[in-house]
Design a protein around this ligand. Structure first.
Ligand code: GDP
Ligand code: MN
Length: 377
């Protein structure tokens, strides 16, 4: 999960990295108050989980509280790379002398971290990296050894950063380790005309696998690409939006993946998929169906279950009970196989819902679901 800039800078601050004074708000009126508190002149910054805000007009200097209100009004609601700005941060402006780039990122292939640093940070760092790669230092970091003062000195010197930045590099590593991050980035890390080192922007990506011990930034802060993904995640379901018209529900990641292939093989495209995992209780089925059916692109739904520990009759009961709470609006093709498949099919036959049909093979069911989706399109 990515953090917002204002969350990232909170972590930096807690680990002793200096950041400018700042406050966030979603109201232009309050922006004016904040600007007054911060001394009048402020930088107004869009809070969205994407980079390049500066170039998109999402970072602007305001000369006084009235200008801050106006600028906040402009930036709030702005769309930046598909993200709508709901919050702005107002920060005390800094008198920049130099802009540096520093980051640590997990290098999965190498099984270690990579320190990336450059004395030419700022908004054009991607271009610097592309046109003059020698201006960007890449130093492997052994996760067991971490970034000691000596290592930090090595990174700073390789990148041509002032030796004093070593202290920031050590602290930034501590942010990564203590917060279970996969990426921490400061761009720009600036040296002010007064010689102070400050983190002016921050990006932190947390490792979702450590979510159980990093509960501070709740999922409600997450701005997923699709609102249904958020709704599904809130119910503990794994739902992914795709761009076709067949809704896919299956149990287990492997089966779900092959279901997508089979649907595609029948000439239709999956609209989404939802893995209900091992347990397919009525509750999970109802939640799953309601998520899938709320996607307007769905023209038919394919429920593909291979009964293992969860027997097919329990899944069938789940579907029948789910149909009591969820109004079925699209045709449902169900394929039950494996443990207690015959009993499961009998339960669905008995229920005889007009929009539910069964198929005994995965290919047959996929073909049927594809036909229904095409017919409805
Ligand atoms: P990004 O474009 O999303 O990476 O947003 P940043 O927070 O990095 O801001 C973009 C640029 O705005 C920075 O590289 C700085 O050059 C500039 N900037 C941000 N804050 C200040 C500030 O307090 N003073 C000055 N002079 N420039 C700033
Ligand atoms: Mn930046």
């Amino acid at each position: 999960m990515d953090l917002f800039e204002h969350q990232a800078r909170q972590l930096f601050e807690e680990h002793g990295i200096v950041v400018p004074r700042a406050e966030i708000t979603d109201s232009p009126k309050e922006a004016r108050e904040i600007a007054r508190r911060l001394g009048g002149r402020v930088v107004v910054k869009a809070q969205v989980k994407t980079g390049g805000r500066g170039k998109a007009g999402g970072v602007k200097l305001a000369a006084d509280p009235a200008a801050a209100e106006l600028t906040a009004r402009q930036i709030l609601g702005m769309e930046i790379k598909g993200h709508t700005v709901g919050t702005v941060m107002l920060a005390q402006p800094v008198d920049i002398e130099s802009e540096f780039y520093v980051s640590y990122v997990l290098d999965r292939a190498a099984g270690r971290f990579l320190a990336i640093a450059s004395a030419e940070g700022g908004m054009d760092v991607e271009e610097v990296a592309a046109t003059r790669p020698e201006a960007v230092a890449r130093i492997p970091v052994d996760p067991a050894e971490g970034v000691t003062s000596a290592k930090a000195g090595e990174i700073a010197s390789a990148a041509g950063l002032p030796p004093r930045t070593a202290d920031v590099l050590v602290r930034l590593w501590q942010v990564l380790v203590r917060e279970d991050a996969l990426l921490v980035e400061v761009n720009p890390l600036v040296r002010t005309a007064q010689g102070q080192l400050l983190a002016l922007d921050g990006k932190v990506t947390l490792d979702d696998n450590a979510g159980f011990r990093q509960t501070r930034w709740g999922a409600e802060h997450e701005d997923r690409d699709d609102p249904l993904e958020t709704a599904a995640a809130a119910k503990g379901l794994h739902y992914v939006k795709l761009d076709g018209s067949v809704g896919v529900i299956g149990n287990g990641a492997g089966l779900v993946m092959s279901t997508l292939d089979v649907v595609a093989g029948c000439g239709a495209r999956p609209a989404n998929f939802l893995d209900i995992g091992g347990g397919a209780s009525a509750r999970v089925m109802a939640d799953g169906l309601s998520v899938i059916l709320s996607d307007p692109a769905v023209k038919s739904v394919f429920v593909n279950v291979f009964g293992g520990i969860t027997a097919c009759d329990a899944v069938a009961e789940g579907i029948v009970q789910a149909l009591d709470t969820v109004r079925l609006t699209k045709p449902l093709v169900v394929r039950l196989d494996g443990n207690n498949a015959a009993r499961g099919r009998a339960i669905l036959d008995e229920h005889a819902h007009p929009l539910v049909q069964q198929a005994t093979t995965m290919d047959g069911a996929a073909r049927r679901a594809a036909e229904l989706a095409t017919a409805a399109a």
